[in-house]
Write a protein that binds this ligand. Structure first.
Ligand code: SF4
Ligand code: SF4
Length: 215
């Protein structure tokens, strides 16, 4: 089977539901893991608009990698482990909240893309920005972090003053391991039902690209 020819079933098309549940579930998971950390994040978010504006320079240093396609900037927040990293998720969310405050104060026109943006294919944009390439399942395989990272972005009139780093390393090597280990056997069926992916993540944990970076 050629790469990226998998058909996906069970794709959630309701953007509001994706945003709502996709934000609520990580929040609940953080609360369950560490109520104190959840409380600190929640307090910081409530008081965010009363805090001094962060400088754009310092703000743009927070992501672990950046790329650009036209006026759209892509920001990468790497996971610190092999499994979904709640802290990286919340860091990326807080980063966008602060970026929005700065852009609004500057009177700029912008559009933010959270990692849950349902109508924007962030992995494709990130690949177009040279940050990696796509896995057989359409995930971004970042050149250094593999699939273990979160992608957010912003489209902003005139762009942002970001020095684009060198993008070394390879993305997906086409080793096929994720296809072979997927319990839905997409190599035989040609399709994956996303409703059956819950609690699995094998296609991420098995990927050898960037494994050593997830520490
Ligand atoms: S496991 Fe192999 S084929 Fe799958 S995304 Fe990683 S490098 Fe690509
Ligand atoms: S999450 Fe599991 S079931 Fe879903 S595509 Fe990845 S390996 Fe297959």
């Amino acid at each position: 089977m050629s790469r990226r020819s998998i058909r996906f079933r069970g794709v959630i098309k309701n953007g509001a539901a994706i945003e709502f549940f996709g934000t609520m579930i990580p929040s609940l998971l953080l609360f369950k893991r560490d109520p104190h950390a959840w409380w600190k994040r929640w307090r910081a978010r409530q008081g965010r608009n009363r805090q001094p504006l962060p400088s754009l320079d310092r703000l743009l240093n927070r992501p672990d990698d950046t790329g650009r396609v036209g006026e759209t900037h892509i920001f990468i927040f790497k996971w610190q482990s092999d499994v979904f990293d709640l802290d990286a998720f919340h860091d990326s969310h807080d980063f966008l909240l602060d970026l929005e405050r700065v852009l609004r104060a500057q009177g700029r026109r912008y559009r933010l893309y959270t990692s849950l943006s349902p109508k924007t294919n962030l992995p494709e944009l990130a690949a177009a920005a040279g940050l990696g390439d796509l896995s057989p399942f359409g995930l971004l395989i970042h050149r250094r972090f593999g699939p273990r990272m979160l992608i957010v972005g912003v489209e902003v009139e005139g762009g942002l003053p970001i020095h684009q780093p060198e993008h070394n390393g390879v993305g997906c090597t086409d080793c096929g391991l994720c296809l072979r280990l997927c319990p839905q056997a997409p190599e035989a069926s040609g399709e994956v039902d996303l409703r059956k992916c819950e609690g699995c993540g094998r296609c991420i944990t098995c990927c050898p690209v960037g494994k050593s970076a997830a520490t």
